[in-house]
Design a protein around this ligand. Structure first.
Ligand code: ATP
Ligand code: MG
Length: 444
């Protein structure tokens, strides 16, 4: 892709309305455009990143046996009246009336709708467990939308729901999501720590928030540093193994401010292991038993012939928020460089040829390189403009492809100036470059 032909509306300076890096960068390189307060359009660069995140989230849901569905954004108020949340949800819910004067709403979450789908078709314990998810826009009329897509009103979320016959089975489902979240964030090259959390308006008794550390985060966190050393590589998708994994995390004190208790923190965590900092909530999982199934009469036949309400959990990931969260975690402030993890990068590599009015040989070289990249499934962006060389490099440093090829005036035989964005350049040939990038992409 040539930069001159791409729809990447770059701004010369950081927009003054943006307070944190992710918001600044996303506006600066034209990843998003605000359409009204807390509502954004996603432009090609931003949309590409979000779609790659979505795909990783999807793959990790499928791996634990969750099945994808798609529920609508607009819901009827009826089911929310059944659960009792129509009033409780308050002003964050966007309420709409259709032409028949029926009360509708733009879904802020989907417990009611999915319970309604479940109860109309599943009648027996034999069909359990059921893990259903969808990836869909949500609307919450946040009182103060801020930080761009980090806290906005319309946002893209993966939400999953589990249905089980007993508490024990339901905790097994919960633990599957616990593991799948750790794996998802790892593939996004993020360290997300599971923290004991309050259940809030969703209700229930077991809950974890997945938080990534960032100074600009809105969650205050209090944790035992040793939680960062917990390993999950060997965990099998089997009941005991998953339970042990969650326990391995839970042995370390780690909470957000809702659950914080100073005495507990100081008695459980030695001074040298205490960490008080801030973070961004990228995921949240809840176990809430029969809270909705009881209110909405979602029951199944049990083995002995009796009936019981199903036990449910719900599991969210902020897919659109993750785009900003990755920037907050990865942006190099000192050198003004963004380097996307290759798993979600908008381009794998940028090619930066030095172009003069009367010399287009570097651009020709860029085209030759790109045709080899295309053959090898490598997605490159070429800066074919005649801007000066240093501003081209600055621009590519913000777009953030994880690799760069710099084609100066003189090209040294087969050897190309290649670098990992933000690192020292080295001179290697095209085959070696292709090998490096392909190997990295295979690790995703
Ligand atoms: P927060 O505490 O940040 O308001 P929440 O606890 O209300 O979030 P959940 O209901 O747990 O959110 O939603 C699941 C995920 O959706 C969150 O972990 C977060 O990543 C994302 N999310 C929630 N609200 C927003 C928002 N207003 N803008 C962008 N993403 C959001
Ligand atoms: Mg939450």
């Amino acid at each position: 892709m040539y930069i001159s032909k791409s729809f990447i509306p770059i701004l010369k300076n950081n927009p003054s309305e943006a307070k944190i890096k992710s918001h600044q960068l996303m506006l600066r390189v034209g990843m998003i455009k605000q359409s009204s307060a807390g509502i954004y359009s996603w432009l090609p660069l931003g949309f590409k990143v979000m779609k790659k995140i979505e795909e990783i989230v999807r793959q990790e849901q499928n791996k634990i046996g969750a099945q994808e569905i798609l529920m609508p954004t607009i819901q009827s108020s009826e089911i929310w009246k059944e659960s009792g949340r129509y009033e409780d949800y308050g002003e964050e819910m966007l309420r709409i009336k259709d032409r028949q004067n029926r009360e509708m709403l733009y879904g802020p979450t989907n417990e009611e709708l999915v319970t309604d789908i479940f109860r109309s078709s599943v009648k027996s314990y034999k069909s359990l467990p059921q893990l259903l998810y969808h990836i869909q826009w949500k609307f919450r009329d946040e009182i103060r939308p801020r930080f761009g897509i980090m806290r906005c009103r319309e946002f893209y979320m993966k939400d999953a729901y589990s249905f089980d016959i007993s508490d024990k089975e339901a905790i097994f489902s919960y633990n599957k999501f616990f593991l799948s979240y750790l794996k998802t964030f790892k593939r996004l090259d993020l360290t997300a720590i599971p923290m004991a959390a309050d259940t809030g308006p969703i209700g229930g008794n077991l809950s974890h928030e997945f938080i990534i550390l960032a100074e600009t985060g809105e969650s205050k966190i209090y944790t035992d540093k040793r939680i960062f050393e917990v390993e999950n590589a060997e965990t099998k998708l089997e009941e005991n193994s998953l339970e042990n994994l969650r326990k391995k995390y839970e042995q370390f004190y780690s909470v957000t401010d809702d659950k914080f208790n100073k005495d507990e923190f100081e008695s459980k965590v030695s001074e040298k292991n205490r960490l008080k900092t801030k973070g961004i909530e990228v995921g949240h999982i809840f176990y809430f038993g029969d809270k909705y199934s009881k209110a909405m009469q979602a029951s199944v036949d049990l083995p002995g012939g009796k009936k019981d309400f199903v036990k449910m959990g719900s599991y969210g990931i902020g897919v659109s928020r993750l785009v900003g969260a990755i920037i907050e975690a990865k942006y190099d402030h000192k050198n003004e460089i963004m380097k996307w993890p290759i798993s979600v990068a908008p381009y794998d590599v940028s090619i930066i040829p030095m172009i003069n009015k009367n010399d287009s040989s570097a651009l020709e070289k860029a085209n030759q390189i790109n045709s080899q990249f295309i053959k090898n499934g490598i997605d490159a962006i070429i800066d074919d403009t005649d801007e000066n060389f240093s501003s081209k490099i600055k621009k590519m440093n913000l777009i953030g492809a994880p690799y760069q090829i710099i084609l100066g005036k003189q090209i040294d035989g087969d050897l190309l100036e290649f670098k990992e964005t933000g690192q020292e350049a080295k001179k290697i040939n095209l085959n070696q470059i292709i090998k490096i990038i392909k190997e990295e992409k295979e690790k995703i």
